[in-house]
Ligand binder design. Structure first.
Ligand code: FE2
Ligand code: FE2
Length: 332
């Protein structure tokens, strides 16, 4: 029998010979950078064009041109949301874990499992897997934030669940600040198992910034500058089992060394201007821009300004570590 005949016979029976397959390997994904100006323009136009009731969320997704799916990376997704004064983005929950990082505005809050978490520029608010959340803007101005989700990962596992609350707003059953009081300091050794998925929490930027500034040269990482991880206060581990949130500061003209790892990261520029070398390309960034550093690509960061630069980031490192797939290599 000829090989072609065998192949076609197998194919008819939904079978495939291994001699048809090349040695498998990861695909090299190219990085991408989204400038702030066209995104902001799109958000402002959307805020005039689309009523908050017309869409589940008035959000714009960052879509990498280098992926087969409509997503920011193969595991994580970033969208930006705009909520006008007086608007409420109605309550729902899903088993995608999400975060909000406030980019512009103040005076809004996200209600998460019965507690209000107020939102100001630079604050990080967590809406973990399967927590009810609705967003409210009680200020005079629109508020814009970055949403980070592990949606692409959850969808690739085909395990996505989503539920609407019957009414647009959930009931407030906890004092504002209760999560911080219970989890942020000394706390009971009794752990609530549900908190291993992540804890509804707000990390205020004023505290984060103070912590960044309190770190000295000995704390500086050769690859990441001065870096802080937003840890799950219940476990001391990563923000979520699927996603790590981090923030890093580079002093004026600071340059980091090159490394690569099997986790992919999405960066948002909070302050300053610089560039990140990913593989052979340079991504030039300034405040408001967002960019990807795909997995296993050599990369290093450079603050081109004389003032400090701050990057907020999301990474899928917890997944890679949990599955024993995390590797890291230092550049020469
Ligand atoms: Fe949501
Ligand atoms: Fe890195």
């Amino acid at each position: 029998m000829k090989l072609e005949e065998l192949d076609s016979q197998l194919e008819k029976n939904q079978l495939s010979g291994f001699w048809r397959t090349r040695v498998p390997s990861h695909t090299t994904e190219l990085p991408y950078l989204w400038k702030w100006e066209p995104l902001l323009d799109g958000l402002l136009k959307a805020s005039e064009t689309i009523g908050i009731d017309q869409a589940e969320r008035r959000a714009i997704r960052l879509v990498s041109p280098h992926l087969p799916i409509k997503s920011t990376s193969h595991t994580l997704q970033i969208t930006f949301s705009i909520v006008n004064p007086g608007e409420v983005a109605k309550a729902h929950r899903h088993n995608m874990a999400a975060i909000r990082f406030v980019v512009q505005g103040k005076g809004a809050y996200t209600a998460v499992d019965g507690e209000k978490f107020f939102m100001e520029e630079g604050d990080l608010v967590l809406t973990p897997n399967w927590t009810w959340h609705d967003h409210h803007n009680e200020s005079e101005d629109p508020i814009i934030w970055l949403d980070g989700l592990d949606g692409p990962l959850i969808q690739s596992l085909n395990v996505l669940f989503f539920e609407d609350l019957e009414k647009p707003e959930q009931e407030i059953t906890r004092q504002t600040g209760e999560s911080l009081a219970r989890m942020g300091f000394a706390r009971t050794p009794k752990q609530d198992a549900v908190h291993r998925r992540g804890t509804p929490f707000r990390y205020a930027f004023k505290d984060t910034y103070k912590a960044l500034k309190a770190m000295g040269p000995a704390d500086r990482d050769p690859y990441d500058g001065t870096l802080l991880r937003y840890i799950n206060p219940a476990t001391g581990g990563y923000t979520y089992p699927t996603m790590s949130c981090e923030i890093q500061l580079f002093n004026g003209k600071e340059t980091t060394q090159s490394h690569r790892h099997t986790s992919a990261a999405l960066y948002h520029v909070v302050r300053g201007q610089g560039r990140t070398k990913v593989g052979d390309s340079y991504l030039e960034w300034r405040k408001g821009d967002t960019f990807t550093v795909p997995l296993w690509q050599w990369h290093n960061h450079e603050n081109l300004g004389n003032d400090e630069a701050i990057l907020f980031s999301l990474s899928d490192r917890p997944v890679m570590e949990a599955l024993q797939l995390y590797r890291e290599e230092a550049g020469s």
